[in-house]
Every structure is written in C-alpha cells, then in structure tokens.
Design a protein around this ligand. Structure first.
Ligand code: SF4
Ligand code: SF4
Length: 187
C-alpha cells in the first residue's frame, strides 16, 4: 500500500502501479481539458514518460503546471490509472526542490498568509492585491462592487464569520506544520 510519506507515495505511484498498467490507449488525453487547451500537454504522454523511466525528471518540466487537477483522466482510464495524482506528486516534488514557477511560490505564500490572518484562503482583496495573475480571469472590481451593493463586507466572503477559537486553531496548525512561528507571536 501507499505510504503516507509523500516521497514514498511518489515512488509507489510511479513504480508499483501505473507504470505497469498503462495501455497507452489515450482515453485520458481524449477527455483532458488541459490537453484541449494546451497542444504541448498530454496525460498519456506523461504516462509514457513514466513507463520509459523518465519519472524522476518529470518534476523539472513546466508542463506539469498545465494540468487542471480535475481527475477526468482517472475516471476515464480503463486500468484505473491516475495521471492526475502522478502530476500532483511531481508538483509537490518540484515545489520542494525549487523547480516550481515563481508565481506558485508567490500564490502559495499569499494563500497561507490569508488563511493565517483570516481563516480563509481566498478573498476578493487577496485576489486583487496578492494574486495579480488571477485578476485577468476574475473581475475583482465588479465582484467587490457587487458585494458592496449587497451589503456584504469587502474582505470576508463568509456569511458567518469564522469563530476566533477556530482561527486560533488554524494558526496553531499552520505554525506547527509550516514554520510560521513568527506570525503566531505577532497575532
Ligand atoms: S487512459 Fe489509462 S491506460 Fe489509457 S493512456 Fe491514459 S493512463 Fe494509460
Ligand atoms: S487531472 Fe489534469 S491530466 Fe487529468 S484530465 Fe484533468 S487536466 Fe487532464
């Protein structure tokens, strides 16, 4: 069985299961929305590279960041393979080893900061101020205006505020798992 340690999961996914079971039938690619949008992306090709022993180079390839993590590939695969999980593991390895795009580190830090301060990962203000790359996809100005018209606070997308006790617990989890000790002392 897969080990809870992520590096062992990575090897498990690559070596013990998907590698021997993929038929290269292409059903994953045929249903993959990312493959429809990006001509250079193809989950069947990802599986082919794994089968050919290139799995430990995959995390250095920027194509892994094109996957939308929708898991359509997994649901369509006749062998119950999971290209989405392989890509996720490759991303995790890329992140830890410094191969992820700069925007990923920036967005990750912004989401973690928002979670620490507000108890939520995304707010309209965060989209606007921190995740500039997303502002092309989300009309933040219109969203903020709509919220004001509806009498909703700009910063908080929740109808019921997160209890202070819960936020404290969230901060404890973040502090103990991601080295955010200085923040805890500031809060
Ligand atoms: S659908 Fe499954 S068996 Fe077919 S190419 Fe994709 S991963 Fe391999
Ligand atoms: S999880 Fe990724 S690889 Fe799988 S179908 Fe969705 S976008 Fe394609």
């Amino acid at each position: 069985m897969a080990n809870s340690d992520s590096s062992n999961n990575f090897d498990y996914l690559y070596k013990k299961e998907n590698k021997v079971r993929c038929l290269q039938c292409g059903r994953c690619a045929a249903g993959c929305p990312a493959a429809h949008v990006f001509s250079e992306y193809n989950p069947r090709e990802v599986m082919r590279r794994v089968q050919d022993g290139e799995e430990h180079e995959l995390h250095k390839d920027p194509i892994i960041w094109l996957c939308g993590q929708c898991y359509t590939c997994n649901s369509r695969c006749p062998r119950n393979n999971n290209p989405a999980s392989i890509i996720l593991q490759a991303r995790e390895r890329a992140y830890k080893q410094g191969h992820a795009p700069a925007e990923i580190y920036q967005q990750s830090a912004a989401l973690l900061e928002s979670l620490f301060l507000n108890g939520v990962t995304v707010s309209p203000v965060l989209l606007k101020e921190k995740l500039g790359v997303l502002s092309e996809l989300v009309d933040v100005e219109r969203l903020t205006k709509l919220r004001a018209e509806l009498g909703l606070p700009e910063h908080n997308s929740r109808e019921v505020p997160i209890p202070a006790k819960a936020i404290k617990q969230i901060r404890t989890i973040i502090t103990s798992t991601s080295g955010q000790g200085e923040r805890a002392n500031d809060a």
